[in-house]
Design a protein. Sequence first.
Length: 207
Amino acid sequence: MSTTRTLAGAGALALIVRPAYIATEYVVAAATTGGYSFVADSVSKLGEVGCSPAYCSPRHEVMNGSFMVFGVLMAGGALLLARPLGPWVTGLLVVSGASSFATGLAPLDQDATLHALAATPLFVAQPVALVLLGLRLREQSPRLGRALLATGAVTAAAAAGFVLSGDDSAVAGALERLALWPVLLGLAGAAWALRPGRRPAGPTSSV
């Protein structure tokens, strides 16, 4: 196997394993005290460093570390799969990965403004990347292309709803997860289809 194929395979694997991130949220949430809601509470709350009698996330280091690790997997996987993903999708996913990494370095309760600045690019770049990837793959893999386009639209709407409603919304956690979790599955599915030896036959869009 050539070096290029080996690297592309590693890139695909990096994106395929990213849905495991969801498990880290449950692991961290299980250890919180004071009550945590996946519907009402934001993901960032799991990464808060400070504790009070009302709420504490003793596994905050796991959460913040996962932001960083899975951000690296996104950016690295995209770079290694740059040829089938295309330059625009690759660039947007690298930005998203860097945003995720930066979010892990800026816990919400330490500096809310810095946290927001670090996290915002993720919510913008990911939906756009999914839409562009859907357009790119729509001819060679119509079903996957349509799924990615739909996922991009749903995550964009959820991200807008989360930003507009704010952390105090009764459904903030649900909106944020609707903006984030489907991306994990969508990119994993695309990486599976694009991995060396399994690329669908047909033309590829220049998007």
